[in-house]
Design a protein around this ligand. Structure first.
Ligand code: 3HC
Ligand code: NAI
Length: 696
């Protein structure tokens, strides 16, 4: 079927866009629209034209896959289409339902009239892709909805229901859902004879006190934008709309778009857009795999993680039982959950009524007998195999057949956990990140025997509870923590060699990380890493011990919770202060190792930390532990505070050039303090670099 069809309804031509999934304005669709317009223009029987889409989408905007390819500008491009409409002597009415986004909205703004159903979703979301609306949206939208509203829409990129904009000049008429075409045809007939035809470009726009208005707006937008250039560029365009003639404003928009579309930040954001959608796909599990029904849940353990996990279910209306061994632990856990909700109420993010509803959905219990009917149970007890064994044996005994048995373990062997049950096919890892009610990443660990329908069900459930589920295979640390262990290990080598924690943290934070490795470790608890290191020392007797980190822990410097860790903390203050005791330990260890300390440049610190992630990431892809490199990036953007504007470690490596990454790994491998093989470039990394290819 053609992506665009033109037919006559009496004296009105109807151009229908039908290019699944979202009427993205790729070249074939643009060609179809141009042909429809041309055909209608020359047919004397046609008095007006209606341009419409499907119930789901008028149009989702430019086809993002065409960006940075010749297709994007191939004629007719979006500007050509709008020019064609503006030059017509017959009115063109955009009939809008579903999403009307980006280039799709810009096309509608280029039409003479617009009618819409009230629940159509209107947005210029380009900023979310690191772009600005490049099809005249920044110049036309303010002329219709006013500067303030246009600025909010363009800078946030958020969707607004058409009903909310009904009072503006954006819509000439609102039409009841279901009657869009009939309403649009009637409207087209009504305006068929109107001349001159209205063109948005001809509307006058003024903004009183423009200089002061935009100066204030600039300060606010700059604060929100962080490292991303697009929001301020959007503002620049709206300012041009308010202060310059239309064509000059269009020139500002054109230059801004060109700058952004070729920049690394937009590449990173588009990578995140497609990466998130790719993460939902598991090659050997068809999209139409029948899902298990999940109407109720249970959580074992009401500690740091269990409470947050239970909240995720209650937040979307799924009743959840939460089990503890002792009443006081249960009471404590429930009190923390209530406090979290109360904080949201205080901030105005939740109503008291919703708080009550959610608390009512969370049912505490001390008895496994109460869990049996739950469709899924998630274990979040101590990270200890013997404890997990007892819990899974009990779950195996009480849970109904077909229930999904999940573990939140962050390091233990999921395949072993599955053997504690008679139903390994129903066991899966659901690794949440702390705080579990806030962090978006959900690492879904697929065991050797996990059933396909279990995987399909938890992936969908993950989205339902508003997480970003990404698949990982079983290995020590799965994907995210296995990589972060390498990054942390390298951070410790940097200390032995010449750096101090504040320099390492400062260098990586300057790159855009939310927190450097030492501040992060102080927040999470240094004892957690110590516990894992001790297991590694036992498993690999030849392994060199991280003397500095071990000594820090031996002194009970566990981090913020003990008032000191890699830094010192004052009561009630989370600011990290460098501490002479830590510096002494570091200098002593360097001496014991016979190291002549040297000044390490920040650029080298960044390379060593990020490439340690990249090299392990490459091994993980090579081993099939991650399905694709972009899955790793999605994990790091959503669970590990990797800066969004860099797109994740694997895209960062791509942008640096894999040949450069390999060359640097080989240089770092000469460091006598590095563990043997640590910097040996992963086979996949070396192969791609050799072929001049990239991960993504
Ligand atoms: N171009 C190409 N593909 C697109 C697309 C677009 N604009 N929008 C969505 N898709 C694809 C997705 O990649 C996905 O493909 P897949 O099935 O192969 O993974 C498929 O459409 C369905 O997308 P979703 O899974 O996101 O479906 P939803 O129903 O949840 O959401 C949506 C639909 C709200 C349209 C959402 O996809 C979206 O927000 N898309 C991006 C819209 C956007 O940013 N538009 C602006 C583009 S830039 C532009 O117009 C520049 C102009 O100013 C010059
Ligand atoms: P926690 O110590 O805060 O909570 C564990 C809870 O489990 C305690 O309340 C304890 O009373 C309860 N518990 C212990 N044995 C039990 C049993 N047999 N039956 C029922 N309840 C029992 O621990 P936390 O941090 O919540 O960790 C739980 C799990 O989540 C661990 O496997 C951990 O590795 C994992 N995890 C932890 C993260 C973190 O940042 N804390 C992040 C991701 C995963």
């Amino acid at each position: 079927m053609s992506v665009c069809a033109t037919r006559s309804e009496g004296d009105i031509a109807v151009i229908s866009m039908n290019s699944p999934p979202v009427n993205g304005l790729g070249l074939p669709l643009r060609q179809g629209i141009a042909e429809g317009l041309a055909q209608a223009a020359k047919d004397p029987a046609i008095k007006a034209i209606v341009l419409t889409g499907t119930a789901k989408a008028f149009s989702g905007g430019a086809d993002i896959r065409e960006f940075n390819s010749p297709l994007m500008l191939a004629t007719p491009n979006l500007h050509d289409l709008i020019a064609q409409i503006e030059a017509l002597d017959k009115p063109v009415v955009a009939a809008i339902s579903g999403v009307c986004l980006g280039g799709g909205l810009e096309l509608a703004l280029g039409c003479h009239y617009r009618v819409a159903v009230p629940d159509a979703q209107i947005a210029l979301p380009e900023v979310k892709l690191g772009l600005l609306p490049g099809g005249g949206g920044t110049q036309r939208l303010p002329r219709l909805v006013g500067v303030q509203t246009a600025l909010e829409m363009v800078v946030s990129g958020d969707m607004v229901p058409a009903a909310k904009l009904a009072g503006t000049k954006l819509f000439d008429e609102m039409v009841t859902a279901g009657d869009l075409l009939a309403g649009a045809l009637a409207f087209a007939r009504k305006v068929a004879g109107n001349r001159p035809l209205p063109r948005v470009r001809d509307l006058q726009l003024s903004q009183p006190d423009a200089a002061a208005f935009f100066a204030a707006a600039r300060t606010q937008v700059a604060k929100q934008a962080g490292r991303l250039p697009a929001p301020l560029k959007c503002l620049e365009c709206i300012e041009a709309a308010a202060t310059k003639p239309f064509d000059e404003g269009m020139e500002v928009e054109r230059k801004g778009f060109e700058f952004l579309v070729n920049g690394p930040e937009s590449r990173a954001l588009r990578h995140a857009f497609f990466g998130e959608r790719a993460a939902a796909k598991i090659p050997d599990i068809p999209d139409d795999t029948p899902l298990r029904k999940i109407d109720s849940a249970a959580v074992i353990g009401a500690g740091t993680m269990g409470g947050g996990i239970a909240m995720n279910f209650a937040n979307v209306g799924i009743p959840v039982r939460i089990l503890e061994v002792k009443q006081d632990a249960l009471d404590r856990g429930l009190a923390v959950i209530r406090k979290n909700y109360e904080n949201q109420v205080k901030k105005g993010k939740l109503t008291q009524e919703k708080l009550d509803q959610r608390m009512a959905l969370i049912q505490p219990t001390l008895s496994y007998a109460d869990l049996g009917t739950a469709d899924i149970v998630i274990e979040a007890v101590f990270e200890d195999m013997d404890v997990k064994k007892k819990v899974f044996e009990q779950l195996d005994a009480v849970m109904k057949p077909g229930a999904i048995l999940a573990s939140n373990t962050s390091t233990l062997d999921l395949d072993r956990i599955a053997t504690f049950t008679q139903r390994p096919q129903d066991v899966v890892g659901l690794h949440f990140f702390s705080p579990a009610n806030v962090m978006r990443l959900l690492e879904v660990v697929r065991g050797k025997q996990t059933a396909k329908d279990v995987m399909a069900t938890v992936m969908q459930l993950g989205r339902k509870i508003r997480k970003l589920p990404v698949v990982a295979g079983v290995c020590d640390g799965f994907v995210g923590n296995r990589m972060i262990n390498k990054y942390s290990a390298e951070a410790l080598v940097l200390l032995e060699e010449g750096a101090l924690p504040q320099q390492v943290d400062g260098a990586i934070e300057k790159l855009g990380f939310a927190m450097g490795p030492f501040r992060m470790s102080d927040l999470a608890g240094n004892d957690v890493g110590w516990y894992i290191r001790k297991r590694h020392y036992a498993e690999h007797p030849d392994m060199r011990h991280s003397l500095i980190a071990d000594r820090i822990c031996e002194l009970g410097r566990y981090g913020q919770k003990t008032g000191k860790g890699w830094y010192a903390y004052q009561p009630g203050d989370r600011n990290a202060h460098p501490d002479a005791e830590v510096e002494k330990i570091i200098l002593d260890v360097s001496k014991e190792l016979g190291v002549t300390r040297r000044a390490i440049p920040d650029s080298e610190i960044v390379e060593r930390l990020v490439y340690a992630l990249v090299n392990e990431g490459a091994r993980i892809v090579e081993e099939g532990i991650a399905l694709r490199a972009s899955d790793i990036d999605m994990m790091y953007l959503n669970g590990y505070g990797f800066p969004l504007h860099l797109g994740g470690p694997m895209l960062y490596a791509d942008m640096q050039g894999l040949d450069k990454v390999v060359a640097r790994c080989r240089e770092f491998a000469k460091n006598p303090l590095s563990a043997p093989g640590f910097w040996e470039p992963a086979k996949l990394l070396a192969k791609l670099a050799g072929e001049g290819k990239t991960f993504n």
